[in-house]
Design a protein around this ligand. Sequence first.
Ligand SMILES: [Zn+2]
Ligand SMILES: [Zn+2]
Ligand SMILES: [Zn+2]
Ligand SMILES: [Zn+2]
Ligand SMILES: [Zn+2]
Ligand SMILES: [Zn+2]
Ligand SMILES: [Zn+2]
Length: 384
Amino acid sequence: MRRLFACMLLAWLLLAGAVLSHAEIKTCYLCGQEITGKYWQHQGPGGLRLFCDRCYRSSPKCSACEIPCSRDNLTKVGKEQLCPDCMAQARFCNLCGNRISGRFFTSGETGEVYCENCYRTYPRCRACDRPMRRSSLTADGVCLSCEAKLPKCKSCGKSIVGTYFSNKYNGDYCPDCIRSRPECYACGAPVSDVYWTLPDNRCLCDTCKKQSIFREDQAREIMNEVVKLVAERLGLVVERPWQLRLDKLNTEGRASALAARQGLKMASPISGNEMGIYIEREDRREIVLLYGLPISMIYETAAHELAHAWQAENCPPNQSQEIREGFAQWVAAQVLKLKGYSITLEKLQDRTDSPYGTGYQRMAKIESRQGKAGVIQYVCTAIR
Ligand SMILES: [Zn+2]
Ligand SMILES: [Zn+2]
Ligand SMILES: [Zn+2]
Ligand SMILES: [Zn+2]
Ligand SMILES: [Zn+2]
Ligand SMILES: [Zn+2]
Ligand SMILES: [Zn+2]
């Protein structure tokens, strides 16, 4: 009975041995020796590998996949040592340098990766969201490479992150400045730290202020030139005498402007803001220009109001606002073109408001078909 048991045991061992060496001879991945006894197999990034028991027990292991390695093949990284396969596949945090085993964050732009801990604990660039050392961020909280690329607010000079207001005439502005800073009366942009408040409470940005006309003799000189240009180039001559006045904007001025608009002739809040007015009463004809406007806008307004004075003598009195203002804008555009004030001209041409923008578009269309003479002919008779 006992012998039989011994024979059975032997048979089982042989059988096990046969299974073990069934396909081919197994060799140890490390020592290259044929494996005869107990062995270990390891499925890692480099595929299935076999190790003899002695090698397995005596060799250092890769910290990541735990494969036994010869010492030469392990690379020390921080506290870890990695096999060549794991080394090739490993991600290292760009900040702490450690291998990332769990969640990681990657910057789509640079491909840099960060471990969860660094991503959560370091300050991050407001623009690209990359975590970094405090010293790599500007006072404004953006990294240097973002700082170089981001648009700058024309008011505060800071990099603009996220939404911003872009204005093709003036530039880009951050939402903060749009919200908190006064708007320049002339260009409409939020002012920078240096700006001017005029006695009539209008604000002017420094750029507009530098180009602005404050003295009546300067305005008169411009007006004389406009009168000459409009007569020579368009053949429009105002017969009856009128006065020029340079005035400030005040509640009184506004009231009189409104009165003029309702009861008398033409007022012109060009560019949405009051810039000039043509006043016609029994005893007095007057063109009033707002002082403290940039020179190009003085030319624009002078030509616009002069056109109204001409219309008063040459056009049907019941003409629609669109024709009346459209023509005055068209005359202003001709003067801006002649003077080369291209940005002010572009602003005028881009307007879509009624009656100024729509009126101008109508005149421009007539001009493209029938020329300047066609426009003047049209405005002399058209009512609606
Ligand atoms: Zn071995
Ligand atoms: Zn490994
Ligand atoms: Zn890290
Ligand atoms: Zn950045
Ligand atoms: Zn700003
Ligand atoms: Zn301005
Ligand atoms: Zn007008």
